[in-house]
Design a binder for this molecule. Structure first.
Ligand code: DP6
Length: 418
């Protein structure tokens, strides 16, 4: 092997964020290379991320993976493809601390250990595969000294893990260009604007508590491609125009256009699910009530105050253009969906606390005494206590980063979870 000794472990730890699409990816033209039938646009979320440690050592006898502390198989094609692509781009690496040198040709003989954790419950269905695969690819690339031969190449590799993962390498707003080539070389993510471009934007995620078994995105979109005429019309006619309009809205921070496009695209995505045979239902009654909350408020004000989008599950992701409007949005959500009387408020609204502070809400009683929102005055608003699991206040976030050794999830001498 050309490396001295048999008792070393080399590792790197990275962090990559979740993202939420505002123009949705739904449908592949190539299942193996994960090439989409349309381009998509997402915003990178702060506060929600995966942390991944990747390690190599001569004593490792197979590739192993621990997800949130539990060992799972690394046998799937998706993991293998990502690993193989990064391995084939590895270079000579010298460990700064020990002076250990791993030569380019040694990497193919070294097995990897991977440990990955999400800082949010996987069961909440918050796009954990996007953050996870982006993080895996980013950490592996740094461990193995892999270099991009063209800009966006790592995003094309993350795409082999999960389509939406290609967008999680970058911060701010990100576009996944569908590309034209059969090789997938040009099906890459590019940053539209960095996170500070629209830093006033507030993103509130409403995690819906009662959940049924869902159809996975991979399986769902496969059936949609086969059976939904609406999906093909959407990909060919609707999305290309929306991508252009959405990019402009983001560049100009034009919230009204952003909101209209975001809601319309989420609704059309769910319409294609209904147009699929057999139909797929990702939203539930709580999701629809959240749509009602936003639509009723927007109609009352005459211009979009907030926007919503839903992925392949019932959770809502809501947008407000700034803190003031986000405060009104949060008050409305809390008015219609108060926590159970014995709930711990610090666990009901997590993430960025500034909006809660602005709203002056410290206790469950503060929520009980919120005034009726004007659009509900004179109407007996249905207050759904305990219907939401919890809320996460977020903003546009940064892309993948390397963390220092204090973040390692594997033991420095064993290469096993601590
Ligand atoms: C509804 O990226 O999870 O979230 O490529 O099969 O892994 P695979 O699917 P995945 O699909 C995400 C679908 C979506 C929309 C989006 O993120 O654009």
């Amino acid at each position: 092997m050309g490396i001295a000794g048999n008792d070393w472990v080399l590792m790197k730890t990275a962090r990559a964020p979740s993202n939420i699409a505002v123009i949705k990816y739904w449908g592949k033209r190539d299942e193996k290379l994960i090439l989409p039938i349309n381009s998509s646009i997402s915003v990178t979320l702060d506060y929600l991320f995966a942390t991944t440690t990747v390690a190599v050592g001569p004593s490792f006898t197979s590739d192993r993976l621990w997800l949130n502390g539990k060992e799972v198989s690394m046998e799937s094609e998706r993991y293998k493809n990502c690993l193989q692509q990064i391995r084939s781009r590895a270079t000579d690496v010298t460990d700064e601390k020990t002076g250990l040198v791993v030569k380019k040709e040694d990497w193919k003989d070294l097995h990897v250990h991977v440990a990955s954790r999400n800082n949010f419950p996987t069961a909440a269905g918050l796009a954990s595969s996007a953050a996870g695969f982006a993080c895996l690819v980013y950490a592996l690339a740094h461990l193995m000294g892999a270099k991009e031969t063209y800009e966006g190449e790592f995003s094309a590799i993350a795409r082999l893990g999960s389509g939406s993962a290609c967008r999680s390498l970058y911060g701010g707003f990100v576009k996944w260009n569908m590309g034209k080539e059969d090789s997938g070389r040009d099906s890459i993510a590019t940053q539209i604007v960095e996170k500070d471009h629209w830093k006033d934007l507030v993103i509130i995620i409403a995690v819906v508590s009662s959940r049924q078994k869902e159809t996975s995105s991979t399986a769902g979109m496969q059936t949609s491609v086969k059976t939904s005429p609406l999906l093909h019309h959407r990909a060919e006619v609707v999305v290309p125009k929306r991508i252009e309009q959405m990019e402009q809205a983001i560049l100009k921070q034009d919230f009204a256009t952003f909101a209209k496009l975001t809601c319309a695209d989420s609704n059309q995505f769910h319409a294609t699910c209904l147009d699929t045979s057999p139909p797929i239902f990702y939203m539930n009654d709580t999701s629809r009530r959240l749509i009602g909350l936003v639509e009723k408020w927007n109609a009352h004000e005459g211009t979009p105050q907030a926007a919503y989008t839903f992925d392949a599950g019932p959770n809502a992701v809501l947008f407000a253009p700034n803190n003031e409007v986000a405060k009104s949005l949060l008050q409305r959500i809390l008015y219609l969906f108060p926590p159970a009387a014995d709930a711990d408020i610090s666990k009901y609204v997590i993430g960025d606390q500034s909006i809660m502070e602005l709203a002056g809400i410290k206790t469950v009683q503060d929520i009980e005494s919120l005034p009726t929102p004007s659009e509900w005055s004179g109407i007996d608003a249905p207050r759904m206590k305990g219907e939401l699991g919890y809320l996460i206040c977020s903003r546009p976030g940064q892309g993948a980063i390397v963390l220092d050794e204090s973040a390692h999830l594997l033991g420095g001498t064993t290469g096993l979870p601590a």
